[in-house]
Design a protein around this ligand. Sequence first.
Ligand SMILES: NC(=O)c1ccc[n+]([C@@H]2O[C@H](COP(=O)([O-])OP(=O)(O)OC[C@H]3O[C@@H](n4cnc5c(N)ncnc54)[C@H](OP(=O)(O)O)[C@@H]3O)[C@@H](O)[C@H]2O)c1
Length: 262
Amino acid sequence: MVTGATSGLGREIAVQLGRAGWRVALTGRREPQLKEAAAAVRQAGGTALELLGSVSDPDAVKAHYALIKEAWGGLDWAVLNAGGGDKNNAKAFSAANLTSTIATNLFGVAYWMEAVIPDMVAAGSGTVAAVSSLAGFRGLPSRGSYCASKAALNTMLESARIDLRPAGVRVVTVCPGFVKSELTDRNNPAQMPFLLDTPDGARRIIRGIAEGRRLVHFPWQLSLPVMYLLHNLPGWAYDRIAARLERSKRPADAPAEAAKQP
Ligand SMILES: NC(=O)c1ccc[n+]([C@@H]2O[C@H](COP(=O)([O-])OP(=O)(O)OC[C@H]3O[C@@H](n4cnc5c(N)ncnc54)[C@H](OP(=O)(O)O)[C@@H]3O)[C@@H](O)[C@H]2O)c1
């Protein structure tokens, strides 16, 4: 099962699993895109089950899992990928923005974990793989809500991994760098180093899960500096670097403002 399978990484993961002959349940809120993605899975050679609804609605999640159990008896992989988030610069901090981001990125994973884990524990097998982000390792400027949601997700998954290992259930944390998708199409391409195309990103995620890795991160050129250097920098040094990066971005971020300059 892949949540957020109507576009970007989720859609591509579903299609690639379909190509490998898997039965794939797909979730998403946009019906036309959901139908199109399910058709692409079938065309690739897989079996598709469409589940229309939001991951942040616990009743919808319960209903979706009941349909999966009815159709297939259970799940081998729960790929909890649905997510996103808009900027939330603290100069105009929006608690509503934080609430909706956490509702999708954290609770959207939590509701699915609550639904699927008891059966996986009873079976002594199964994989929960949630798509987090390298953005969870440090507070990025203007991205407080998104970074907070992914940081919380990382620690929640880490605890679950330790709890569930003795029961035979694997928990995988996926931390991509920049991958082309509807989410990143809203960003300035010049500010996305080592941007990967969607099929490449999806391939790396599937391979990482299949190889049994606990943490899937890529591309190494970005993930290693973020996870092992930036993450461990003392606060004063990180603040200076982040402020400098932010200043260097400003002209591209605010062309209208730049145009006003004499
Ligand atoms: N692309 C990157 O560079 C990148 C980097 C790091 C992490 N990520 C993470 O990768 C995941 C996939 O993002 P993407 O880049 O592929 O973006 P995307 O193309 O915008 O896809 C996001 C998917 O999540 C679904 N979604 C959002 N809110 C939902 C909700 N409440 N219920 C159900 N589905 C919901 C969307 O479907 P509907 O709108 O139809 O519901 C869509 O299918 C996200 O968790 C994102 O944070 C992406």
